[in-house]
Write a protein that binds this ligand. Structure first.
Ligand code: BGC
Length: 736
């Protein structure tokens, strides 16, 4: 039965295609057989439609030249477009609606880097599920998340979209996000996920977006590929290629990367899409002579979907007829598009995904707000708490809230805020005002002003000091605005923009207890900030519930649990700085008298301000001496490391116990330490518990000289502790 007739029957009778007893596979093959070359190419075309469609866009849909649409326009608009596709195009095939739902759709969660700081896979998964429910209810079936690019350079604005610097933690988070998006609820609550950007985009040189970088295959395999593998193993539906080149070949034309690695080694058989305009970019970069060449190269690399350029739909029919692109490769691409439409339920019930009532009740629901607040609380990292100024004591009666971020709303949402509305965000000032009502009086001063990255608002410092002088305690709220990071948000400087450091220094002079809350999407160099405050809370760009979460943490209602998923530099010249450095012939030795002839600097320390994995709570933990079940491991077996952890502070708190590995002899240089496991442990005041880690032989694998995984017999060290710096060591050997 021809596709349009079949769909018409379904619609008329209100029955699903399964009533025709086709298997899913048959359904796809039957549709494929009914399509012309032009209609096939149309299925591969993804175009942006923002708000009201133009007549030209509607015409493209009627002509079957649009397979998917990007942009969030809500149920009513998407349904109207869907009707045009289903009822007015010859194929009758529905549109797949897609959007960047990166950390929430309407209820906005903290930026992904912040979520990673929770190290809490269940909370991260729940947060992805909230995003999926809301986006799906708003008529979107596919999101361009998770972004899993590992980056070690905070100058790169997109660092906020990833999960930090560690491939192991990033892999676990990639899996949690894919599962949260794709499989947390009923079909109508889940959304197809896209892992991006394959591969190596996070290595952009000097923090400049889209930049070149000559990446070794070793770094690609050790650092950048693992989270993609985790997402693919978790069943991610699609993959987006990177803007950048690998080994001189742009991802969009890189057959080795896409065919050999992605489709071959990683066994990905889902949809591969380009990023925005990356097919014409091949001409700009100078690796394709013209449109036809670019299309052929992208097809050869097995890209199924063309984001926005329309080059596929315009040129593929001719190229197939001329024998320059095989019809089989076109068919395979269409199959992969149809499979996603099928999984989203669109082939059987093209209108069921658009339910205005569901949209109304789901967006910004109380449940979504509370679940988002949970991850927001868990994402914040307490970096310093001198004199135990936090939590704020009940004797504090006047709090001066000072700083250009205190009343910010839009900036709390971050760059990828989908349909998040600034006026629905609880600002930090509002959060504090609500929480401290009846307990302490709040005053406010802006302190300094944002004027791009320029120094502005020096005249505001004096009035702010007067406000602060009249208070018992200062809460300074500083940071960066949302446009300063995100895509295209590279910054050469990593000190807080404008006069914010000067403001903090002047406030500190007043000698009052002082808390500084930092709102940023990336690690800034907080060396001077830390000197000019008692307490320091990294709140990131915390999303809709950010102000409530900050207030609850400052009040002590929530004991901070966040741990840095990325190193905070001491000085910006240290960048890129990351914890899993490899051994060198002249390694830095923290205990040595003279480190001149070592991999270090003469002018600033080699160590960071705050190490990967670091974070405080309002309690303290002590670690006993760890022990190993044996000092040798046999092949195919495991060892158990045990360590007793005690909460020696005065409040219930959560500790993130971290386990690192050092491989002492290998055929290639290996990191001094690399994270291999961790455990979240909540203990009451005075309580202690044994934490056990099973270390299997598989954990000892690394990539050898032939770029293949291997495990060598020999000596290893396990390192356990609260962060990547404060560790106790234990040696063991793997025996053949
Ligand atoms: C970004 C992608 C994003 C796409 C669609 C591109 O510029 O690199 O991450 O998904 O735009 O908005």
């Amino acid at each position: 039965m021809c596709k349009c007739l079949r769909l018409a029957c379904c619609l008329l009778l209100g029955v699903s295609a399964s009533a025709f007893s086709e298997t899913p596979q048959e359904q796809i093959e039957n549709i494929l057989m009914s399509l012309s070359l032009e209609e096939k190419a149309g299925q591969l075309s993804l175009i942006p439609i923002e708000g009201e469609p133009t007549e030209e866009q509607l015409q493209l849909i009627r002509e079957g030249k649009v397979g998917s649409v990007i942009k969030a326009n809500g149920v009513a608009n998407n349904l109207a477009l869907q009707k045009v596709a289903v009822e007015e195009s010859h194929s009758g095939l529905p549109i797949l609606f897609q959007e960047d739902v990166i950390h929430g759709y309407r209820t906005i969660a903290p930026v992904p880097l912040a979520e990673a700081a929770s190290w809490d896979l269940q909370a991260i998964r729940n947060s992805a599920a909230v995003a999926a429910r809301e986006a799906r209810a708003a008529g979107i079936q596919l999101t361009y998340a998770p972004m899993v690019d590992v980056s070690r350079d905070p100058r790169w604005g997109r660092i906020l979209e990833g999960a930090g610097e560690d491939p192991y933690l990033a892999s676990l988070i990639a899996e949690a996000r894919v599962r949260g998006l794709q499989e947390s609820g009923e079909q109508h609550e889940n959304i197809l996920a896209t892992v991006k950007h394959f591969a190596g985009y996070g290595a952009s040189l000097a923090g400049r977006d889209y930049n070149i970088r000559d990446l070794s295959e070793r770094e690609l395999r050790e650092i950048h590929l693992p989270p993609f593998k985790a997402a693919i193993d978790a069943g991610v539906s699609s993959v987006m290629g990177a803007y950048t080149a690998y080994d001189g070949v742009p991802a969009t034309a890189n057959t080795w990367l896409m065919q050999n690695v992605l489709r071959g080694e990683l066994a990905f058989d889902g949809l591969l899409m380009t990023d925005w305009e990356t097919i014409p970019n091949l001409i700009k970069i100078g690796v394709a002579a013209d449109k036809d060449d670019a299309v052929q190269q992208a097809m050869a690399a097995s890209f199924d979907m063309d984001m926005t350029s329309q080059h596929y739909v315009q040129r593929l029919p001719e190229l197939v007829k001329a024998g320059l692109v095989s019809e089989k490769s076109l068919d395979d691409a269409v199959r992969r598009v149809l499979r996603l439409k099928q999984q989203a339920g669109l082939l059987d019930k093209p209108y069921a995904a658009f339910n205005a009532e569901r949209e109304q009740s789901e967006l910004l629901s109380e449940r979504n707000w509370q679940e988002t607040k949970d991850i927001t609380l868990k994402s914040m990292v307490l970096l310093q708490n001198d004199n135990k100024v936090l939590p704020i004591d009940s004797s504090v009666k006047k709090i001066a809230v000072i700083g250009p971020m205190a009343k910010a709303q839009k900036d709390l949402l971050g760059w990828w805020a989908a349909k998040g509305q600034p006026d629905e965000v609880v600002s930090i000032y509002q959060g504090l005002a609500k929480r401290f009502k009846g307990q302490a009086e709040l005053s406010y001063a802006e302190g300094v002003r944002f004027d791009g990255f320029n120094d502005a608002g020096v005249e505001l410092i004096e009035p702010a000091l007067a406000v602060a002088e009249a208070a018992d305690m200062i809460v300074a709220v500083v940071g960066e605005q949302e446009w300063m990071s995100g895509e295209g948000g590279g910054t050469a400087s990593l000190t807080l923009p404008g006069l914010q450091e000067e403001l903090l220094a002047a406030l500190k002079e007043l000698g009052k207890p002082m808390v500084t809350v930092v709102v940023t999407g990336r690690p800034y160099v907080l060396t001077h900030v830390a000197k000019n405050t008692d307490a320091l809370l990294q709140a990131w760009m915390p999303g809709s519930t950010g102000g409530e979460a900050v207030a609850e943490i400052l009040a002590g209602d929530f004991n901070p649990v966040g741990r840095l998923p990325i190193t905070f530099p001491y000085h910006q010249g240290q960048v890129p700085i990351f914890y899993n450095y490899k051994a060198t012939s002249h390694s830095f030795n923290a205990g040595a008298d003279d480190n001149r002839y070592s991999t270090t600097y003469r002018d600033v320390p080699t160590t960071p301000l705050y190490a990967f994995g670091f974070g405080l709570s309002y309690s303290e933990f002590t670690y006993g001496k760890p022990s190993l079940s044996a000092s040798t491991m046999k092949r195919d077996s495991s060892l158990t490391l045990k360590v007793k952890v005690k909460n020696t502070g005065g409040a219930e708190a959560r500790e993130t116990v971290q386990l690192y590995l050092r491989d002492k002899v290998a055929e290639v240089t290996r990191p001094f330490k690399e994270l291999i496991d961790f455990s979240l442990l909540t203990l009451k005041s005075g309580e202690s518990q044994w934490v056990e880690f099973e270390v299997s032989e598989a954990k000892l694998a690394y990539i050898g000289r032939d770029l293949k995984p291997r495990i060598d017999a020999g000596k290893f060290t396990l390192l356990v502790g609260p962060n990547s710096q404060d560790l106790q060591e234990l040696d063991f050997a793997l025996e053949d």
